[in-house]
Design a binder for this molecule. Structure first.
Ligand code: ATP
Length: 271
């Protein structure tokens, strides 16, 4: 089976700093693929290159067999790639339903004229969008909160709402940037189940996360970045035992003493 998303020797410089150094990854349909690494390893830069938010200095990115390097993010999103960001980026004062409805804007055809004069096209599309929005909220079990303002939801639910909004793009692949950041252990456990459920429904998922318990619990395969270089890739078991990974996380000479922090023992373990 060909990869759904692939990078070939992607590098990215920021001035003299090489944030990504010839990184090649292949993500296959149906996978949950984790990207981990110490702070500043290049994880978010890789996400930004994948989604078109920033350009690679060299190398290529392919999505569903098509070269996407250089395309604008909205075009890549329309091709079926959705993402969430580090930190919550909801419209705080809008309702839960409106936050999800916004995601459909790329798919509707009403003009400003239709909106101002409430034409039949506008009304029909509004109803369709509201229904689709409710369907998505049902899928993530937030439908009973549809009329609440986004900011009134507990933190864990707000993060779920962000994922719901990303799902409104009807993506083939979903990229999650530190989805568990700021969550308590119970919220993180619910998130693990939620990610597994979305994956079981057929969605390919890529996740950056510092919470090792989450990563080791949900990912089929994991890539480890260190100083912009992919130092290891494999199953959670492979990655936990890899000498280079242990060294990257713990510093040379301390191997073994804190291996549990990579193994994700205890809840909410952060690397
Ligand atoms: N826009 C930018 N301008 C200059 N340097 C940048 C920029 N974005 C990232 N960097 C640098 O590139 C390196 C990789 O950063 P990146 O944010 O991708 O790492 P990360 O693995 O996501 O880190 P963290 O886990 O802390 O979020 C860091 O040294 C960072 O300071």
């Amino acid at each position: 089976m060909p990869p759904i998303l692939e990078t070939q020797k992607v590098s990215r410089y920021f001035g003299g700093l090489k944030a990504l150094d010839e990184v090649s990854i292949q993500i296959f349909p149906g996978e949950i693929y984790g990207i981990i690494g110490p702070n500043g390893a290049g994880k978010t830069t890789l996400f930004n290159v994948l989604t078109g938010t920033i350009r690679a200095s060299s190398g290529e990115v392919f999505f569903k067999g098509k070269k996407i390097s250089g395309l604008p993010p909205e075009k890549i999103a329309r091709m079926g790639m959705a993402r969430t960001f580090q930190g919550i980026k909801l419209f705080k004062y809008m309702t839960v339903l409106d936050n999800v409805k916004i995601g459909f804007h790329t798919q509707t055809r009403t003009s400003l004229w239709d909106a101002i004069f409430h034409t039949r096209t506008y009304k029909k599309e509004e109803e369709m969008v509201a229904q689709k929005g409710l369907d998505i909220l049902k899928r993530v079990e937030l439908d009973s909160y549809a009329s609440y303002t986004a900011s009134s939801l507990p933190y864990g639910m707000q993060r779920k709402l962000e994922i719901a909004r990303a799902l409104s793009l009807n993506p083939d692949i979903l990229l999650l940037d530190e989805p568990a950041a700021g969550m308590n252990p119970r919220e993180t456990e619910e998130l693990v189940e939620f990610i597994k459920k979305l994956n079981a429904e057929g969605l390919t998922i890529v996740v950056i996360e510092h919470d090792m318990k989450l990563i080791m619990n949900v990912c089929h395969r994991i890539a480890v970045l260190d100083h912009g270089v992919k130092i290891c890739e494999g199953s959670p078991q492979d990655v936990q035992c890899n000498q280079k990974v242990i060294e990257a996380y713990l510093g040379r000479g301390k191997i073994g003493s804190k291996r549990s922090s990579i193994a994700g023992e205890g809840s909410g373990t952060h690397a």
